[in-house]
Design a protein around this ligand. Sequence first.
Ligand SMILES: [Zn+2]
Length: 217
Amino acid sequence: MSFSPVIIIVAVLFVVIVVAVLAFMRRTSGSSPAVGGPTPAPAAPSTRDRLFFLRFEGSDDESYVGDLIARHGGATTSAEAIREMALDLVRAAPTATHVHVGPASEAPGGPSVARSGLPGGIIAGFRVVSTRALGTVADDADLAAIVKELRAVAGFTGRDVQRAELVRANADVEANAPPLVAVRVETRPGHQQCAYCRHSFPAHDTRCPGCGARVGQ
Ligand SMILES: [Zn+2]
């Protein structure tokens, strides 16, 4: 008994088609969660809801920041008010001593309690909830990066921002929040670094306090 070549070819084709159909069905069922794939995944809430803590010390800075919070502090949904808050913080920020910026989810106590065991000083807590993801600050000690984020908030329109809160935060070494970190002085806006000894000091100084070198000559 023998099969004609045509029957063999048809049989082989049938088997190939069945295997292909089964493989296709398995793949589509396996990837069914991706059926809704075209809709983009929602941005992580933590990146839209962020907390800034900036600590200041010294009587001038403390009264300046205290006045600033008294003037523009509180909770608001007004884009204009949020812009004023952010601009105030941009102006004050260059003399901040300790800072933290991160997702609000990491600090359940909100902007009113910062983790710090430092005595004295004043801490501004600023929470901003935006409608789109905010940039990240990879290194809290980089004050220039934090000021850049605050400037970005100051540029938000009503479409970008939902609400914000600016308050004076209490320092609590046990607070359920990431600790404030010391600012690296050379990252402060308005500072320069000595070309000879790499010491960092205010831009208006004409002589390096580290090595005594004259600046700009
Ligand atoms: Zn120097």
